[in-house]
Design a protein around this ligand. Structure first.
Ligand SMILES: N[C@@H](CCC(=O)N[C@@H](CS)C(=O)NCC(=O)O)C(=O)O
Length: 231
């Protein structure tokens, strides 16, 4: 199995299936195609389009089967490994995990566009407007509901780490990167994600990357630069 991804510093969609594969110990080869200077960089598109007709990352190749779209990929991986709790085993928990994962996939547009994922920097807190506040409140509400109803077995949304946590991990990193403060319960959840071995491995690789993608670098005061080798 091959997973096609882009820069670990910036590619939020790439991170999701990668965390699932890593956390559940599923063997795969990683193919990292670094972003160009712009999102529609024709060279990047040409390389990625060899793997996926959608021309976006992530993409999964399993012999002659190609899967694109993150949720479809996670479903494919879960189907191949029915004994692993990639989705929660209990029906009600699984239903909610899928619902909130779909909500993540289709929503949170304000936060995603105003605060691009960037594991290399931390920016100062500032008023980011109502739509961002609304997105953050909704994420925290989702996390709280899942944890209250299904999270008693561990620090993640459904206790143990599952696909829904992978879906929300890049949103959690944005809250850290842009110094957006949340209540203690949400902060504890974010801390749990940051101590997951698969996440730590991704982050470590991200911080050693040498590429800088200007479009993903916010023009805001930096309070922490985690990639000092690039200065
Ligand atoms: N809906 C897609 C989103 C994938 C996506 O937008 N990936 C970004 C990188 S994080 C991308 O490939 N951007 C380049 C482009 O859109 O040309 C999924 O679920 O996988």
């Amino acid at each position: 199995m091959k997973l096609i991804i882009a820069n670990k510093t910036y590619s939020s969609w790439s991170m999701r299936p990668w965390l699932v594969l890593k956390h559940f110990g599923i063997a795969f080869d990683e193919v990292l195609v670094p972003f160009g200077e712009t999102f529609d960089d024709p060279n990047w598109k040409a390389v990625v389009s060899q793997y996926t007709p959608a021309g976006k990352v992530p993409a999964l190749l399993d012999n002659d089967i190609r899967v694109w779209e993150t949720l479809a990929m996670i479903e494919y991986i879960a189907e191949l490994h029915p004994t692993l709790a990639i989705w929660p085993k209990e029906t009600a928990a699984r239903a909610m995990a899928r619902a909130i994962s779909s909500e993540m996939h289709a929503g949170f547009g304000a936060l995603r566009s105003a605060c691009p994922m960037n594991l290399g920097k931390r920016h100062a807190a500032k008023d980011r407007g109502k739509s961002i506040v609304d997105n953050v409140e909704r994420a925290c509400e989702i996390w709280k509901t899942a944890r209250e109803q299904f999270g008693s077995n561990g620090p993640f949304l459904f206790g143990e780490f599952c696909a829904a946590d992978a879906m929300y991990a890049p949103l959690a990193t944005r809250l850290v990167t842009y110094s957006i403060s949340v209540d203690i319960e949400a902060q504890n959840y974010i801390n749990a994600l940051y101590t997951l071995p698969a996440f730590i491995e991704w982050q470590k690789a991200a911080l050693s990357e040498r590429w800088v993608v200007p479009l993903d670098e916010a023009d805001e005061p930096v309070i922490e630069n985690y990639r000092p080798h690039l200065i």
